[in-house]
Design a protein around this ligand. Structure first.
Ligand SMILES: Cc1cc2nc3c(=O)[nH]c(=O)nc-3n(C[C@H](O)[C@H](O)[C@H](O)COP(=O)(O)OP(=O)(O)OC[C@H]3O[C@@H](n4cnc5c(N)ncnc54)[C@H](O)[C@@H]3O)c2cc1C
Length: 460
């Protein structure tokens, strides 16, 4: 980028909102994804939609790449400015603009932190359900652009199930509105859904209209330990077949159980092949009945140990094991890759077995935990990125893991997105025709390829 571009950007957003020192640029050269970093030329923080539009117009006319960023917690290198240019930081657009109780809708700017929206609506008895592990730091814009999910995905879905409308700025600076507060709206192509999950490659989101839902009145948590992985898989299927959709239905594999026990000493048997953590929520009477049915399904499928939380303190204790999974694994080695390959829920035991044998074959440490109810697994590879020979084995293992998920009818990502990390396997999952169609959409909306170039659909 040239000096006059920087000056023009300073005129748009104010001098103090354009960072160019090496120290500042370094801080925005990476995100939460290991192994990807590149220095931008400038970090630009607009205050509103009009400034965002002017920045994009300037970037488009001068073919300057733009990498939109919320809190930078994504795990697919979505914010890494791989071709230099502008990191467009959206955190100054951080106002909750409206809570509409008659329509149960929130209107908010993209820089609002997800947990702050939930704090704001808690006293009204409402929740915004998408709850990634990073709710306390991730922005609404980042979660919508990434189509983020979380622990409650099985019952409550992911971000796309809540986004009703958007205000976006297109690559050329045009401001566009999609959807709105209508519960039913089938007028034209569903642009809201297209932009949700577009990972900063099609537009910059500047306003989000989202659905809110009543907070559940009661919750009941249960844990089951299995010495046999297949029995755990059958128990998951039996719960769903009993027409119970728990808010959460989590699984941890043996490698994770051993690591968690070593780290947090929560009393898990080291020879257990799987731990299931289940939580049902809703109306108190229904919750009691559903919890009973879940316990029946666990016992009928030969759980070696079951426990139901009697109160909040016991519930917290049960969840301690699951909460410890990622920190316990991350503590083992300097580098942590949290993947999110996803398979149909009845294939979870097969996938866990595949991952375990791939880990042994390549002598890499992989602990898998995740959302068994929706098949969204988090095989977590811990390694040391500074050791090239080890990384060769890690990449081999990743390759085989993603191919195994695809072969089981699964997908590369249940919630973390594609970015750069999973690009090598996109064609394998989707085929050439679908990839060409996705690239045509990219070229139509961003003909100069300035928005997050090279990500999600690769080079166009
Ligand atoms: C420890 C840990 C746990 C996690 N747990 C989960 C989990 O349970 N579930 C889950 O789904 N994810 C999880 N994540 C991933 C991550 O937190 C989510 O992807 C989150 O949605 C990213 O929000 P962010 O504000 O940090 O976005 P960023 O990382 O800043 O951006 C994410 C993507 O969105 C684009 N973007 C950001 N803002 C905008 C905008 N306004 N307009 C257009 N594009 C934009 C960026 O270009 C980038 O491609 C986890 C990450 C970590 C590190």
């Amino acid at each position: 980028m040239e000096k006059h571009h920087i000056n023009a950007l300073k005129e748009i957003v104010g001098e103090e909102n354009v960072l160019t020192s090496a120290e500042d640029l370094y801080c925005y050269s990476y995100d939460a994804t290991p192994g990807h970093a590149h220095m931008p030329d400038a970090v630009v923080s607009p205050a509103n939609t009009a400034e965002t539009s002017k920045v994009l117009k300037l970037a488009n006319e001068n073919r300057i790449p733009v990498y939109t960023r919320g809190s930078g917690t994504n795990l697919s290198a979505g914010c890494v400015p791989t071709k230099g240019g502008i990191v467009l930081l959206m955190t100054r657009l951080n106002k909750i603009l409206e809570i509409d109780l008659e329509n149960l809708v929130a209107v908010a700017e993209p820089g609002v932190i997800v947990a702050d929206l939930n704090k704001e609506i808690a006293s009204l008895g409402l929740i915004y359900p998408p709850d990634p592990g990073t709710v306390a730091t991730a922005t609404l814009g980042g979660t919508v652009a990434e189509n983020a999910g979380g622990l409650r995905g099985l019952k409550y879905g992911v971000s796309k199930h809540y986004v009703m409308g958007l205000e976006v700025v297109l690559a050329n600076g045009d401001i566009m509105n999609t959807g709105g507060k209508n519960v039913k709206d089938v007028s034209g192509y569903d642009m809201t859904k297209l932009f949700t999950g577009s990972e900063g490659t099609l537009c910059v989101i500047t306003k989000i209209i989202s659905k809110l839902v009543p907070a559940p009145e009661a919750k009941k948590a249960m844990m089951a330990i299995f010495k046999d992985l297949d029995n755990a898989g059958k128990a998951v299927s039996a719960i769903i077949a009993a027409k119970i959709i728990p808010a959460t239905l989590e699984i941890m594999d043996n490698a994770t159980i051993r690591t968690v026990e070593d780290y947090a000493k929560v009393g898990l048997p080291l020879d257990a092949e799987a731990v299931l953590l289940i939580e049902v929520d809703g109306n108190p009477i229904v919750v009691e009945k559903e919890a009973e049915k879940v316990m029946e399904a666990l016992k009928a499928n030969h759980a070696d140990f079951v426990q139901i939380a009697k109160d909040d303190a016991e519930r917290d204790k049960l969840w301690a094991a699951r909460r410890a999974a990622l920190p316990a694994l991350a503590k083992l080695r300097p580098t942590t890759y949290v993947e999110d390959a996803t398979v149909p829920r009845n294939k979870v035991p097969d996938f866990l077995r595949e991952v375990s044998s791939i880990a042994k074959k390549h002598n890499v440490t992989i602990g898998t935990f995740g959302h068994a109810g929706d098949g969204n697994m988090h095989p977590t590879i811990v390694c040391d990125i500074r050791i090239p020979e080890e990384m060769e084995r890690v990449y081999q293992a990743m390759d085989e893991m993603f191919k195994a998920a695809i072969a089981l009818g699964g997908t590369l990502s249940g919630e973390h997105g594609i970015g750069l990390g999973k690009l090598p396997w996109m064609e394998q999952q989707h085929g050439q025709i679908t990839m060409n169609t996705m690239r045509s959409i990219k070229r139509a909306l961003d003909p100069n390829l300035i928005l997050n170039p090279g990500k999600l659909v690769g080079e166009c």
